[in-house]
Design a protein around this ligand. Structure first.
Ligand SMILES: Cc1cc2nc3c(=O)[nH]c(=O)nc-3n(C[C@H](O)[C@H](O)[C@H](O)COP(=O)(O)O)c2cc1C
Length: 287
């Protein structure tokens, strides 16, 4: 059987859940067996609490989901307080991946340091597809120089981390920059930009007009991105985009990914990551 490792961290299998689709730990208790998963990735946390976007926030489309959640979360201090006082993750027999998004480039290292200090976390995921308030709201990964600066600063902490990139920016350039700057892994990728219109009002369906598109419909595009990034980098790739079966996971491995993360499909089948992990184990045993 293959070894599944990112930096110093071993995983029992290459199947993870994706940030924002598996809660903050606890929401899937009793619905799936965490000990069958390589890891669970928690909802992205920001420096300050965020109430998220005004509804509507979700729209189902054939084979996909548009979301405009707006990173709703209780904020870093509250999450650290809960981790330190209640140790919510100790009961979970799997790796815990903690996703962070700064408001400024400096926030990432400060937040990473605080999360590592809180304990019980196995890996960090830097969500670089969030807006940089010092750059007028442009996302951090809209500029390779930002990616390089943030990643090299977090790499100095020498704690396992992956860098999650957007498919709506220069994902290849950003991947190369992140690897150069010391990233331990890449998560390819966050959601694709998409839109819907309300036919009655003639207005965009979402208040922000644009939303993130995910689910089975995006798999071919995610596969293409994983494939082209894998041609250029050596660090492990966590594939994220549309995986709905062990067959999809196998395709991501064939495209060059080392890990597969399951997102939108958790809402359809809460134990799908477990099913994918089982199917993949059979495939890897035969290899
Ligand atoms: C409702 C929803 C909320 C999400 N929230 C986050 C988030 O907080 N942080 C993040 O990095 N990605 C977030 N994502 C993106 C997913 O983690 C994943 O990368 C993306 O949906 C593609 O995978 P999928 O097609 O398997 O869902 C969210 C996706 C959905 C559908």
């Amino acid at each position: 059987m293959k070894n599944f490792t990112i930096h110093t961290l071993g995983f029992r299998n290459p199947v993870l859940t994706a940030s924002g689709t598996f809660g903050m730990g606890g929401e899937f208790d009793g619905l799936t067996d965490y000990s069958k998963l390589g890891g669970i990735t928690l909802k992205t946390v920001t420096p300050r609490p965020r109430s998220g976007n005004q509804p509507p926030r979700i729209l189902e489309t054939p084979c996909g989901l548009l979301n405009s959640i707006g990173l709703e979360n209780p904020g870093m201090d509250e999450v650290i307080r809960i981790i330190k006082s209640e140790h919510p993750f100790r009961a979970y027999d799997t790796n815990i991946v903690f996703s962070i998004a700064g408001e400024t480039a400096d926030d990432f290292t400060r937040m990473a340091d605080a999360v590592i200090g809180a304990g019980d976390i196995d890996m960090l995921e830097l969500n670089l597809s969030c807006p940089n308030i010092h750059a007028g709201g442009a996302t951090f990964d809209s500029d390779c120089a930002n990616v390089r600066a943030i990643v090299s600063s977090v790499a100095r902490l020498d704690f396992p981390f992956t860098v999650k990139l957007s498919p709506n920016q220069d994902i290849l350039g950003n991947s190369i920059a992140a690897e150069d700057a010391g990233a331990h892994a890449l998560t390819i990728s966050n959601t694709f930009l998409g839109m819907a219109f309300d036919r009655k009002t003639g207005e965009p369906y979402f208040r922000n007009k644009v939303a993130g598109f995910s689910g089975p419909a995006v798999k071919p595009m995610a596969l293409y991105n994983v494939y082209r990034v894998a041609q250029k980098v050596k660090i492990p790739i966590i594939a994220s985009g549309g995986a709905a079966s062990a067959g999809d996971a196998i395709e991501f491995l064939l495209a060059g990914a080392s890990f597969i993360s399951i997102g939108t499909m958790n809402f359809v089948e809460p134990d799908i990551a477990e099913t994918v992990a089982d199917g993949l184990a059979e495939y890897l045993r035969e290899k």
